[in-house]
Every structure is written in structure tokens, then in C-alpha cells.
Write a protein that binds this ligand. Structure first.
Ligand code: GLN
Length: 445
């Protein structure tokens, strides 16, 4: 059914960089055989899954939507992908993304853009735009994305699906191509919170992954308290966030309505203040590019991927391979990162950003002494048109509401609120909880 839906819809949506029918059918045959043998089936047996193309899966290329890795064959399978397969998922294909996950629209893919299933003239958000669009279009039931500054929660919002960034360290990143190692986290997309809870059980249930030093043991059943409701829960609202420049009226109204609804169901609304939050985007665009610069240094035209032919020496080969292999945004990030880490400049920006990071993390900790969760928009507006935002710094503002979580490391989820009153496009709220309160996050979601 998933392959038929892909045949029917992929022409319009273009969520995938590769469809892997044989891998999916082989996995399905194994499940059929297990069922025929009377074996107990795993919890996600037969559920079609899309995988962001920065995650390795043996039998597929892992391109990061970059010419640099256009022919790179996965040599092993990422732990997050393996755990979804162990839970019974069928790997239907690799989903489109912004090149190396730099972006908020999936327009920086070197191969093709992805269209928002609600309006194909609009972007699906990004960088995990293909993963969000594939679920929204009904091509798959679940997908995996990665979120360094909002790349799961913002496209989930643009496409009207549930998208979760778990607490940093909850899900292994082994086998996921690194962007910003102190920020990156893998998480699921699904049509409902219950589906996302099932995916979380698969992703974390087997315990910590010894192959990712940041991975932690986090043994909880995410499905167990889903129906507990919000009675007695204290939900934080940040007044400054509801008046932020760039927030559209329809998103603000939808989130306010969600707050009223939570109150009607017994939650208590509490105003909280995160005084250093306005430094989050600036801090992120120092720390993120600095880490990306060092992570992407490995793509040197020798060890992986694209190699320019006919160069006379190694330095020339490396610089020409990188010049041809990377797209504009990937170059911009790496040049920025190289500059920010250079001597003299380092103290001024990198240290300042790390101090801001500490202050923001403390702000969250102080707020969570008063509330169980914080409610805010997931994105300041609904999906924009292809080509509508061409100025990179404008694009960076798409992450206004999502970035501070990657800085502090705690968990968050985008929850669809229906269609916006003005645009008629999906609008979402974001819920945020303290680190490792991800189960409570899903209960409130
Ligand atoms: N949009 C943000 C960026 O461009 C976040 C990307 C992400 O989370 N991978 O860096």
C-alpha cells in the first residue's frame, strides 16, 4: 500500500531521494514468514518507514542531499534505523532534506526540492522536509528525521504532522552524518502522538548505544501514560514569545486557543520568563557552524565522496573537490565556522556563544521549577512558497521557537492545531519539557 501511495503521489510531492521497494518487500516477507511460523510479531511489524538521507542503511546510498555524497553507499546501518527495523518497520526509502541538514525549507537539496502536500507550490519546511512530507502525504506511516535547530519540529508544523525532538542523548546518533554534535538529535514523525510514542519505544527501548558516547539509558514506556490527561499540570506561557516580531496573527491565535483548551481540561497556565532566549539564534549560528566546520572537514575529496579529477596535488584536489561538491549554504556554514574558530575571533564569538548557552540552559531550569511544560508556537508562520525566502538570515529566523531547545538539550514536540484561519495551512504548537521528561511531553501532547 505504501509503495502504491508513493507511485501515485510522489510525482507531486517528491519527498524521496531513493525509494527502496526491494528492501521493504524483503522485510515484509520476513515478517510474513515469522507470522506463518507462529512467532510473536514485533510492535511495529509491517509499518512503512521513511528515513532521512543523513542516516545510513546498508543497501542504500546516504547522500545528505549533497553532490559530495551523491554515490556514497552506506557501509553500515545507523543504530536508530536498525532499531526501527528490529521493531518491524519496512524501510521504504530515503527522504529528501536540506544539504547536510543546513536549512529550513529543503530547498538546498542538491537534487530536487520537496513540495508541501497541502499546497505543492509551498515548501515542506526543513531540513527534514522529505520525512515530514512523506508522512503528511500518506506515503508512509512513520519517518525519522534529525533536529539540530528545529529540523524535525518546524517541518512537522509546516506539514501538519507530529514531530518530536527527544532529549539530547535519548536516541543514538551512531551512523547519522553529524552536523553539530552538541546539538544533533534523531526523532520520529507520525500522524498521531500515539504513533510517535510507539516509534520512541523502538528508538530508546533497547537502552544506551555503546557506539554513541552521548547516548544514555532511558528505559521508559512512552505508550504507558498517553491517556493520563493534563489535569493538574502546570503549563508555562512566555508572554514575550507570543508577541515576537515575525509571529503571524493566525499562529498566535491558534496557540492561545490551545492554551485555553488545556486550561479547560484542568491544566493551570503559568507565565514564565526566559530572559536570555533572545540570544538563542545568535548563539546557535555561532556554535552550529563551528561544529559543522569541524564535522565536515572529513569531506576532503579523499576519504569520502566526490573527488575532482585531474588535480596536480593534494591541496588542490581537496579544495577543488570541496568547491564543486558542496552547495552554497554548506559552503556558507563552513566558511562562517572556519572564521569563527580562527584565532582572535574565537574568544569574541565562540566563548560568548557558550556563555549564552549556559544562561539559556539555566533559564529553562528556573522555568521548570514552576511548570511541567512550556507551550509556544512551533514556527512563527505557516509554510512559505518555494523561493519566497532567499535571504539566509531571514531563513534563519524560521527557527525562532525551536533553536533554544537544542541549545539547552531538552525535549520538544510539534503538535498540529488544524489549519490556520488566514492561510488555510497547517499550524502547530510546540510543547517543551525538562531533559528526560519526554514521556510527560507525549502525555501532554
Ligand atoms: N534550520 C536550522 C539550520 O539551518 C536547523 C537545521 C537543523 O535542525 N538541522 O541550521
Amino acid at each position: 500500500a505504501a509503495l502504491a501511495a508513493i507511485d501515485e503521489r510522489e510525482g507531486a510531492v517528491q519527498a524521496f531521494l531513493q525509494v527502496s521497494p526491494q528492501l521493504a518487500l524483503d522485510a515484509a516477507a520476513r515478517i510474513d514468514a515469522a507470522r506463518a511460523a507462529g512467532e510473536a510479531l514485533p510492535p511495529l511489524a509491517g509499518v512503512p518507514l521513511a528515513i532521512k538521507d543523513n542516516m545510513n542503511l546498508v543497501g542504500t546510498r546516504t547522500t545528505c542531499a549533497s553532490n559530495m555524497l551523491a554515490n556514497y553507499e552506506s557501509v553500515y546501518t545507523a543504530t536508530c534505523v536498525q532499531r526501527m527495523l528490529d521493531a518491524g518497520c519496512l524501510p521504504v526509502g530515503k527522504a529528501n532534506m536540506d544539504e547536510f541538514a543546513f536549512g529550513s525549507s529543503t530547498e538546498s537539496s542538491a537534487f530536487h526540492p520537496t513540495n508541501n502536500p497541502w499546497d505543492v507550490e509551498r515548501v515542506p519546511g526543513g531540513s527534514s522536509g522529505g520525512s515530514a512530507a512523506a508522512v503528511a502525504a500518506g506515503e508512509v506511516a512513520l519517518s525519522l528525521g534529525s533536529d539540530t535547530g528545529g529540523s524535525i519540529r518546524q517541518p512537522a508544523s509546516f506539514c501538519g504532522v507530529v514531530g518530536m525532538k527527544p532529549t539530547y542523548g535519548a536516541v543514538s546518533r551512531y551512523g547519522v552524518v553529524a552536523f553539530g554534535s552538541s546539538l544533533d538529535q534523531v526523532g520520529p514523525f507520525g500522524r498521531t502522538v500515539a504513533d510517535v510514542a510507539l516509534a520512541m519505544n523502538a528508538l530508546v527501548g533497547a537502552g544506551r548505544d555503546p557506539y554513541d558516547g552521548t547516548s544514555q539509558d532511558f528505559a521508559v514506556d512512552f505508550c504507558e501514560h498517553l491517556e493520563d490527561g493534563v489535569a493538574g499540570k502546570r503549563i508555562g506561557i512566555i508572554p514575550a514569545f507570543m508577541e515576537a516580531e515575525g509571529l503571524t496573527a493566525e499562529v498566535r491565535r491558534a496557540v492561545e486557543k490551545a492554551a485555553t483548551e488545556l486550561e479547560a481540561q484542568g491544566a493551570q497556565l503559568v507565565e514564565v520568563d526566559l530572559p536570555h532566549l533572545d540570544a538563542a539564534i545568535a548563539a546557535y549560528y555561532v556554535i552550529g557552524p563551528a561544529e559543522a566546520f569541524s564535522n565536515l572537514a572529513r569531506f576532503d575529496g579523499v576519504r569520502y565522496g566526490f573527488q575532482e579529477e585531474g588535480c596536480s596535488n593534494l591541496a588542490d584536489q581537496s579544495s577543488r573537490s570541496r568547491a564543486r561538491g558542496f552547495g552554497m549554504e554548506a559552503k556558507r556554514r563552513q566558511m562562517l565556522g572556519a572564521y569563527l574558530l580562527s584565532s582572535g575571533v574565537y574568544d569574541k564569538y565562540y566563548y560568548a556563544a557558550q556563555k549564552a548557552r549556559t544562561l539559556i540552559t539555566r533559564d529553562y531550569a528556573a522555568a521548570f521549577e514552576k511548570v511541567d511544560a512550556i507551550l509556544m508556537p512551533a514556527a512563527p508562520r505557516t509554510a512559505f512558497r518555494h523561493g519566497e525566502i532567499s535571504d539566509p538570515t531571514q531563513m534563519y529566523l524560521s527557527d525562532l521557537y525551536t533553536i533554544s531547545l537544542n541549545i539547552a538539550g531538552n525535549g520538544g514536540v510539534s503538535v498540529p492545531l488544524g489549519l490556520g484561519e488566514d492561510s488555510g495551512l497547517p499550524v502547530s504548537a510546540q510543547l517543551v519539557v525538562p531533559a528526560f521528561s519526554d514521556r510527560k511531553l507525549l502525555t501532554i501532547a
